[in-house]
Design a protein around this ligand. Structure first.
Ligand code: NAP
Length: 281
């Protein structure tokens, strides 16, 4: 079953779902494994076919869990993984990708991201990504946790303008990127990939979200996710290890917040009035 989940465009025009699924902390507890696999498969069934992982997660255990969860579903999924900065040399990125592909039991990634900026020169990482792309091992590449000045530097690097997206911490309680980074990316046709869209389940205990969610008959988490998805420049990858949370997140993607609700949220979770350094988890 597919759904009416909206989509965003990558710079090359490929459409991907605005709502996907994260996997951080999955595959680490044997007792949770079956529930996590069921949650991921349910999400794919509901149209949340963009799945984000990383070589870092569970030291590879999360990618192995995904191989099992995606058995028979791989062709429906837009699969994203990330390389550690310390593996992001020209040759290192190729070796790390091969390992991820092996764990994921697939022949290609749809998107491969540099997890955060390290000490390897960006030019080397870009060369590695482009070699992977030419070999058909990855279809797109991008970065994560890059602030505006890092993005400027990347785009000034040979080949850097092939970057597809920047995955950043963005949610109702972490709005700094709205000041400069979100518009900077949008001006270059790069959609922003929002991680921890419900703030890693650490949203404030009391806020205007409570009243709005109560009046709507939804949860605060659903409301916070709908708030992230309100922005046409952004797509989001909430992690949910339970089918009921996946279903709730899918429903949240159908919520449209009105001007009054948005104003009440802005009054408490204030939009940035100046540059704030990009936060990361
Ligand atoms: P998140 O998605 O904001 O929050 C995950 C937490 O919210 C989990 O505890 C989950 O519980 C809970 N949750 C999800 N849906 C819910 C619902 N409908 N009702 C109640 N609780 C709900 O945080 P995140 O995992 O940090 O971020 C999402 C993904 O972004 C990660 O999994 C990862 O793929 C990516 N990420 C990337 C970076 C980076 O540096 N690039 C950093 C952080 C995260 P259950 O699991 O129990 O369902």
């Amino acid at each position: 079953m597919t759904s009416e989940i909206a989509s965003v465009s990558l710079p090359d025009g490929e459409r991907i779902p605005k709502l996907g699924q994260g996997t951080w902390e999955m595959g680490e507890q044997p007792a949770r494994r079956a529930a996590e696999i069921a949650a991921l498969r349910c999400g794919v069934d509901l149209g949340m076919t963009l799945i984000d992982t990383a070589e870092m997660y569970g030291d590879g255990a999360t990618e192995s869990l995904l191989a099992e969860a995606l058995a028979g579903l791989r062709e429906q999924v837009f699969l994203v993984s990330k390389v550690y900065p310390h593996n992001a040399s020209r040759r290192g990125v190729i070796a790390a990708c091969e390992q991820s592909l092996k764990r994921l039991k697939t022949d290609r990634l749809d998107l491969y991201l540099l997890h955060w900026r390290g000490s390897v020169p960006l030019a080397e990482t870009v060369e590695g990504f482009e070699a992977l792309r030419r070999a058909g091992k990855i279809r797109h590449w991008g970065v994560s946790n890059f602030d505006t000045d890092d993005m400027e530097e990347l785009l000034a690097t040979p080949g850097g303008d092939a970057c597809s997206t920047n995955q950043i911490l963005y949610n109702v309680a972490r709005r700094g990127a709205e000041f400069d980074l979100l518009p900077w990316l949008a001006a270059r046709k790069m959609p922003t990939m929002a991680y921890s869209p419900v703030d890693h389940a650490r949203l404030p205990k009391r806020s205007p979200l409570d009243d709005i969610a109560g009046a709507r008959g939804v949860s605060v988490v659903q409301l916070a996710l709908a708030w992230v998805l309100r922005d046409h420049r952004v797509f989001a990858i909430p992690k949910a290890g339970r089918v009921e949370h996946v279903r709730a997140n899918h429903l949240a993607s159908q919520l449209q917040l009105d001007a009054g609700e948005l104003a009440a949220i802005d009054a408490y979770f204030k939009p940035p009035r100046g540059k704030r350094p990009l936060e990361m988890l």
